[in-house]
Design a protein around this ligand. Structure first.
Ligand SMILES: Cc1cc2nc3c(=O)[nH]c(=O)nc-3n(C[C@H](O)[C@H](O)[C@H](O)COP(=O)(O)O)c2cc1C
Length: 180
């Protein structure tokens, strides 16, 4: 079973990138998770470019999502919304439909008490309008600075919660016909 994950933050010491890297390490066979780290290399979405000749990086991103049985997105919260780079990446996928019907879990990690819940609502709404199967097991991580060290989630409760999210992704993928 193949999962794909990506973080909506380009920051070197990103809490959200730590989330997806930790999630990948928590996946046990037969599940494997590919962490896509090319969000910052995607050009700004332009509908003319999309209809004429989408760039190779965009096609590779779409193909990776297409090949996934389930997707995990971890988003920062900026000014009560998601990041521009994450929204931009999702815009490149609207037309291709690679996320239609796909199980997608959304995590938001924030140093604040709210855990990025407003960004989470924002990302979920975008994914729902794109036709993704947005999982209810999505997870806000409040006070995340204290739960991450050296680029990984170290807080045991949060690691357990991430395992629950991964289990929900596997259940949803299986329901949609993915094989172990
Ligand atoms: C421009 C900007 C706006 C922010 N707005 C919010 C916000 O609305 N809510 C929030 O919880 N954190 C906000 N933050 C703090 C981010 O949640 C924090 O920087 C977080 O670590 C970013 O995610 P990352 O660690 O994955 O890069 C903001 C940070 C920046 C730089």
């Amino acid at each position: 079973m193949k999962f794909v994950a990506f973080s909506g933050s380009l920051r070197t010491k990103s809490l959200n990138t730590a989330v997806v890297r930790t999630a990948a390490e928590l996946c046990l066979p037969p599940v494997s998770m590919t962490v896509y780290e090319g969000l910052g290399d995607l050009p700004f979405f332009n509908q003319d470019v999309e209809s004429e000749c989408p760039p190779p990086g965009v096609l590779a991103f779409r193909a990776l999502l297409e090949s996934a049985d389930a997707v995990l997105i971890s988003s920062p919260e900026y000014a009560h919304g998601t990041s521009g780079v994450l929204k931009n990446a999702l815009e490149w996928v609207v037309g291709g439909g690679e996320l239609v019907g796909k199980p997608v879990a959304v995590v938001t990690a924030s140093p604040s008490m709210t855990g990025g819940d407003r960004a989470q609502a924002w990302v979920k709404e975008t994914l729902e309008v794109m036709g993704a199967n947005v999982l209810p097991e999505s997870l806000p991580i409040p006070l995340a600075s204290a739960k991450v060290a050296d680029g990984r989630v170290t807080d045991e409760d949060t690691r357990d919660a991430l395992k629950e999210v991964l289990a929900a992704m596997a259940r949803a993928a299986k329901e949609q016909g993915a094989e172990d």
